[in-house]
Design a protein around this ligand. Structure first.
Ligand code: SF4
Length: 452
């Protein structure tokens, strides 16, 4: 009998990519076939993002497109992920062609939900919580890359920053048992993966109960113990994201110092450089606290690349206050920065704040911060000229057939000439040229001789 085919399209962050991998694992185990063609699939699932209003609107227009182009009669369209969790039943009203709505914690129940929909139930809805004993681990064939694996260690968020929808879309913090994380990383290493990304909305808020698996590791916090435990698996490269400033203990930097396989990159979102705005954002940290953590990172033994997020145009932010953000950007000297124009999200406290800023003004503020970052980034990237960085080669570059592309341990995009035989390997590359968001270089001669 022909298997039911499922196509999953993913929007948004790495957590959504990890959820898609997990959903695919469960569906394949239940006898479904995964396909890369939406038009031909029996079931199309859109794994959605709601972090910004635009991302949410995109989902509904994509539902319309899928409905229009679908060649299968009786094709089931499902919405999963953050929009599903937040909108629930309302998704069916917005998009009547949707037959299934599965929230962020319903990933493992998708096979049963699809069966119900295909058996004739009109509006299948599941916004329930994860069930005890559910398996987080995904099978190697469902991974987005054969070399880099995402390993979620904590889901949800308890911080309730006043502008953010995540605590509503992903629920409260739930930490994954340490022993399970460590075992997964060991298996990934045995399966030939070279790099893992420990994932979570706030990885350094990691607090497993009970903390089984970390007894033999030193550390001031459960997360810094976990870092040491994961480093001890011998996995070649370990990255982690995202970190929350208030929970960023200096012991994380000590762990990076001690373990060469903990990569030299920290993503630490600041969001604003002004204390009044930070208070309104309910971030739970002040500029001085943030800068103290930055000093620790900059004083590490290895050069640690630093990236961050900033929001401009938060309700009530003044023109002077945005200059404090520019000043923070200058003090921190970020390797790269994601700048966002504030967009109100329903249900969040900030959405009820009346003092809003025009789109035009937000754009101007965006450009002011961006201009500072571009200047800093140019100097900072130039400082890599002549340096050797270690690169995990992921694929051929999309810009030039001659170039290979990969990420350095400091999470920069690096391009260099080389043969396909180097794909999947880690290579030392001497940087010879810099562009605004990437580095170019030459692989060590010995490697080129061996593999070209
Ligand atoms: S820490 Fe704040 S910004 Fe980050 S996910 Fe939680 S609520 Fe959202």
């Amino acid at each position: 009998m022909k298997k039911t085919s499922v196509y999953i399209e993913t929007f948004g962050c790495q957590m959504n990519v990890a959820d898609t991998e997990r959903a695919s694992t469960g569906l394949r185990r239940a006898g479904y076939e995964l396909t890369g063609e939406a038009e031909e699939a029996d079931v199309v699932l859109l794994n959605t993002c709601s972090i910004r209003a635009r991302a949410e609107a995109k989902v509904y227009s994509r539902v319309g497109e899928v409905k229009h182009k679908g060649r299968r009669s009786g094709q089931l369209i499902g919405v999963m992920g953050c929009v599903a969790q937040l909108e629930g039943e309302a998704v069916f009203d917005h998009a009547p062609s949707v037959g299934l709505v599965a929230g962020t914690q319903a990933t493992d129940r998708l096979p049963a939900l699809i069966e119900r929909a295909r058996a004739g139930e009109k509006k299948v809805l599941d916004l329930g919580e994860r069930e005890a004993g559910e398996i987080w681990e995904v099978s190697p064939v469902e991974r987005h890359s054969p070399y880099v694996a995402f390993v979620p260690i904590i889901e949800g968020c308890n911080k309730f920053c006043s502008y953010c929808i995540v605590p509503f879309s992903r629920g409260r913090e739930r930490s994954r048992p340490a022993a399970e994380v460590i075992d997964e990383v060991k298996r990934l290493k045995d399966a030939g993966f070279s790099e893992v990304h420990l994932l979570g909305q706030n990885v350094n808020s990691y607090r497993p109960r009970p903390p089984v698996g970390l007894e033999n590791f030193d550390g001031a916090t459960p997360f810094s113990k976990l870092l040491r435990a994961v480093a001890a698996t011998g996995m070649e490269r370990i990255k982690f994201t995202t970190s929350f400033p208030r929970d960023f203990h200096h012991d994380i930097v000590a762990a990076i110092d001690e373990n060469p396989n903990l990569c030299n990159w920290v993503h630490l979102p600041a969001q604003s450089g002004n204390d009044r705005v930070l208070r309104q954002m309910r971030r739970g940290h002040k500029v001085a606290d943030y800068l103290e953590r930055i000093r620790t990172i900059k004083n590490a033994r290895r050069r640690i690349a630093l990236t961050s997020d900033m929001i401009v145009g938060f309700p009530g932010e003044t023109a002077e206050e945005v200059m404090d953000t520019v000043s923070l950007v200058e003090q921190c000297q970020y390797d790269s920065l994601y700048i966002f124009k504030y967009s109100p999200r329903a249900r969040t406290p900030a959405a009820a704040m009346s003092d809003t800023i025009s789109e035009e003004e937000k754009t101007e503020r965006f450009e002011r911060v961006e201009e500072a970052q571009k200047r800093i980034q140019k100097t900072l990237y130039s400082s890599y000229l002549g340096e050797v960085v270690n690169v995990l080669v992921e694929r051929r570059s999309t810009r030039s057939e001659l170039d290979l592309m990969g990420h350095s341990t400091c999470h920069k995009i690096v391009n260099f000439r080389g043969s396909d035989a180097l794909i999947g390997r880690t290579v030392d590359v001497r940087i010879t040229e810099v562009k605004s968001n990437s580095l170019y270089g030459e692989a060590a001669q010995s490697l080129l001789k061996a593999f070209c």
